[in-house]
Design a protein around this ligand. Structure first.
Ligand SMILES: Cc1cc2nc3c(=O)[nH]c(=O)nc-3n(C[C@H](O)[C@H](O)[C@H](O)COP(=O)(O)OP(=O)(O)OC[C@H]3O[C@@H](n4cnc5c(N)ncnc54)[C@H](O)[C@@H]3O)c2cc1C
Length: 425
């Protein structure tokens, strides 16, 4: 029998689409990735400016993500890790709070930090121990409530919630009200407790670049926006129709809803990340900095080159300030207000720090408040021949984007095999 190679179009060149394409190629299909912007990577991009590496929005790779462990070559990414803990700014001082198992040397400073009672710290240890055990899927089968409700019902004090969980977990979900599902909180704590938060030495964009390295040159087309999708092909913005045997939509959730002709229900959460350059700072160990006071625009702060040296040229440091959307935070001259807070924290020298760039990412993450779906379960076929991956109907994050890409490729492969077995091309 003369078998025609089956072609699959993947709409979106973020890590979900790229991982899907890799798995389709492994299964022997012809793949075309169509990416609307000029560069692959979606929400994981790095710009170079005056010798600095600027990730478009501060983010990290958790080395404990199970799917990242199998999809990525960590050694080639040359991962550089944050220290397991944080510096927390409270009442005019920085306090070091570290994981006592991995940083026993910081146990006294951790105990001395005014982030709650001894009972709070023991509760956190017990809670973390609970979420680290058992399967990952179990976390997403547990009953859920908002993280704020769960922390209160677990007995955490308001001090611990406001000074630690709000800047830490609010920074992860970009949600200062910490309304994300308690399942997400359990999952995030499990990832932080079982691995490291890391940056590739050459910037976060090395992650999609590594996935794309497995794809043939003609597999990816950039600068091509898809206007409409169907099981048998796509229509581009310029009206061109491209036929395919199956189509995978791998876009951000609101765009996926639009392409599938569904009502756009996803609530987008925005983030602003503002970068400054300064003379090389001594900031050791490489902890993330959290705002435990809740005052001012900054939620968290990072010195990326303290973790991965290549983020800044010699003798200089890069400072990234993350601002979450909250009623008091947007407004005019945000960079100026962030710099004023840096002066408060680091003294008059910070007034001379050079503003490099401000990134405002309107759809950084989707809202993760309950109810959430179990992201370990495949949810890939919209209609026969039309598949979905990415955060739509699941959860956001590198782990789930990679999982969903693989699952969509598996489902598309099953579908194409069954179509072929019935005698159609
Ligand atoms: C500021 C920020 C911080 C984050 N922090 C973390 C973190 O610390 N840890 C973590 O795990 N995750 C984090 N994330 C989330 C993580 O980056 C995303 O979940 C993941 O990159 C999403 O990948 P994706 O492929 O599903 O979607 P995307 O990366 O959004 O890719 C979708 C692609 O589809 C393209 N596209 C859209 N519409 C069309 C169309 N009509 N035609 C063609 N192409 C189209 C887009 O241009 C885009 O390239 C963060 C995200 C941001 C923005």
């Amino acid at each position: 029998m003369n078998v025609i190679p089956q072609k699959v179009i993947v709409v979106g060149g973020g890590i979900a689409g790229l991982n899907c394409a890799r798995h389709l190629l492994i299964r022997g299909y012809t793949v075309q990735v169509l990416e609307a912007t000029r560069r692959i990577g979606g929400r994981i991009k790095t710009d170079r400016q005056h010798g600095f590496l600027l990730d478009r929005g501060f983010q990290v790779l958790q080395t404990a993500y199970p799917e990242a462990q199998s999809a990525l070559d960590y050694a080639r990414l040359d991962l550089c890790c944050f220290a397991p803990g944080a510096m927390i700014r409270i009442g005019g001082r920085f306090y070091t709070v570290a994981d006592p198992r991995r940083r026993p040397g910081h146990v006294f400073s951790t105990l001395a930090a005014p982030i709650g009672s001894l009972g709070d710290r023991l509760r956190l240890l017990r809670f973390t121990r609970r979420v680290v055990g058992g399967s990952l899927a179990r976390i997403f089968e547990a009953p859920e409530q908002t993280s704020m409700e769960m922390l209160r019902s677990e007995g955490f004090s308001e001090t611990m919630i406001q000074r630690f969980f709000v800047p830490f977990f609010g920074g992860v979900c970009l949600d200062p009200q910490i309304q994300a599902s308690s399942r997400v909180l359990a999952y995030v704590l499990r990832m932080f407790a079982s691995g490291e938060a890391a940056l590739p030495a050459e910037g976060m964009a090395q992650i999609p670049a590594q996935l794309a390295r497995d794809l043939p040159d003609d597999c990816i087309r950039t600068g091509v926006r898809v206007r409409a999708v169907a099981a048998d092909g796509v229509r581009l913005e310029d009206g061109t129709r491209l036929p395919a045997h199956a189509v995978v939509v791998a876009t951000e959730a609101p765009e996926t809803e639009r392409l599938l002709g569904r009502r756009v229900k996803t609530r987008s959460i925005a983030e602003t990340c503002i970068y400054f350059a300064c003379r090389r700072q001594r900031w050791h160990p490489p902890f993330l900095v959290l705002n435990g006071d809740g005052r001012g625009p900054i939620n968290n702060l990072v010195f990326p080159n303290v973790v991965a040296e290549g983020y800044a040229p010699a003798e200089r440091s890069l400072v990234g300030a993350v601002v979450l959307d909250a009623p008091d935070r947007p407004g005019p001259d945000l960079a100026g207000r962030v710099q004023a807070q840096l002066v408060e924290w680091f003294g008059a020298q910070a007034a001379g720090w050079e503003h490099l760039r401000t990134y405002r990412i309107a759809h950084a993450l989707p809202d993760q408040s309950p109810p959430t779906r179990n992201p370990t379960r495949p949810l890939t076929m919209a209609v026969p021949g039309l598949f979905v991956c990415g955060e739509y109907g699941r959860l956001p994050g590198t782990q789930w984007a990679l999982v969903s890409g693989r699952q969509a490729a598996e489902s598309a492969g099953d579908y194409l095999r069954s179509v072929q077995a019935r005698g159609r091309p």
